[in-house]
Design a binder for this molecule. Structure first.
Ligand SMILES: Nc1ncnc2c1ncn2[C@@H]1O[C@H](COP(=O)(O)OP(=O)(O)OP(=O)(O)O)[C@@H](O)[C@H]1O
Length: 339
């Protein structure tokens, strides 16, 4: 049975008459990376603030690290680390002083605090800069220091609110590596991001927040299969074989210049198998067969644009009871449904 690091049901939050979260369910397996995606203003930060006890929800229930947000906020705070869009780094003091301040906040004995600070500064490649004021650090260094500070308390669940916004590609990759190492060490990471590539790279499961609700949830591959546009491409080197195949596979879209035929497909194993069987039965033998699935950009636009596909959650079951969670939901919607 899955152990949920985070289990939330029916979270609601409004500011005045603006409903930001309108019944949001989130289930994050322990030791996994979960990415919450959504357009600007969708409520990602609001969800992080609620789950990290910074603000309270207007409705719904949630457990974080096995503790109820409503009755065990203190225990939740002890189990988590949060690095937000507004960093906890104090620019006026050095990196090391920032770390020691954090160690003091966690009531670590002085020598233990120094040991932990030195270890984390080393791990995040900040030893050389440790005695310089943090205001002189680059954006990437500040983010690394921010995460290092979060880790002083050895949290088992970390919320990273847009951890790579504004970073250059190299710093972004460094941050991804840091996140992967955290997860290897058993930490659960709840990530919000504007970068679909980041979610694709890192996340075990992804939820897309739109209009106050989770529009879809699943692995990157499952989400990509939700929307039309996937296809199988058959490439031929022999023009005669290409023409024979085009005649045999009447419904394939031909490209006479590239000698390719394109067949619609959701990229699933089952459909691939039936297409291969069909090719065998018609005697078609391509020189190359490639499966193309839509990327997360396509998914994001389809789920958050005007021409949205139906809400996935309308068609799949979500665990309703945070005490008796079901397995993480599977994106079972077929391409036909998605259309
Ligand atoms: N304290 C507040 N008072 C009033 N409205 C707020 C408050 N905090 C957030 N909001 C509003 O709630 C909505 C969701 O904001 P939130 O910061 O959670 O979105 P987000 O998905 O994190 O956006 P972004 O990607 O731009 O960071 C926005 O319309 C925002 O203006």
């Amino acid at each position: 049975m899955t152990t949920w690091a985070i289990a939330a049901n029916g979270l609601r939050k409004s500011y005045g008459d603006k409903t930001v979260l309108d019944g949001v369910d989130l289930h994050v397996a322990a030791g996994s990376v979960f990415a919450l995606l959504g357009p600007n203003g969708a409520g990602k930060t609001t969800a992080v603030k609620i789950l990290s006890t910074l603000i309270s929800a207007d409705g719904g229930r949630a457990q974080v690290g096995g503790h109820d947000l409503a009755t065990g906020a203190q225990a939740v705070r002890a189990a988590i680390g949060v690095t937000g869009q507004f960093s906890a780094v104090d620019g006026l003091i050095t990196g090391e002083e920032n770390m020691l301040l954090m160690a003091d906040l966690h009531h670590l004995p002085r020598s233990e605090g120094r040991r932990v600070a030195a270890e984390l500064l080393e791990r995040f490649d900040l030893t050389e800069a440790a005695h310089k004021p943090a205001s002189t650090y680059s954006g990437g260094m500040k983010r690394r220091l921010d995460i290092a500070m979060t880790l002083v308390g050895d949290p088992r669940i970390i919320f990273l609110d847009e951890p790579t916004t504004g970073l250059d590609p190299r710093s972004r990759h460094t941050m991804w590596q840091i996140i992967r190492e955290l997860v290897t060490g058993g930490v659960t990471v709840f990530l919000t991001t504007q970068y679909l590539e980041e979610a694709d790279e890192l996340a075990d499961r992804i939820a897309v927040l739109n209009d106050g609700k989770i529009a879809a949830e699943g692995t990157a591959e499952e989400l990509k299969r939700l929307i039309p546009g996937g296809h199988i491409r058959l490439r031929f080197t022999d023009p005669a074989a290409y023409r024979a195949a085009a005649a045999a596979l009447g419904e394939a879209a031909p490209d006479d210049d590239a000698l390719t035929l394109q067949l619609p497909s959701d990229g699933s194993q089952r459909e691939l198998r039936s297409i291969l069987d069909w090719l065998d039965s018609t005697g078609v033998e391509a020189d190359e067969l490639t499966v193309h699935t839509p990327d997360l950009d396509d998914v994001f636009f389809a789920l958050t644009g005007d021409a949205r596909i139906p809400h996935q959650t309308d068609q799949t079951s979500q665990p309703n009871d945070i005490n008796e969670p079901a397995q993480p939901t599977q994106a079972t919607q077929s391409k036909e449904n998605a259309r």
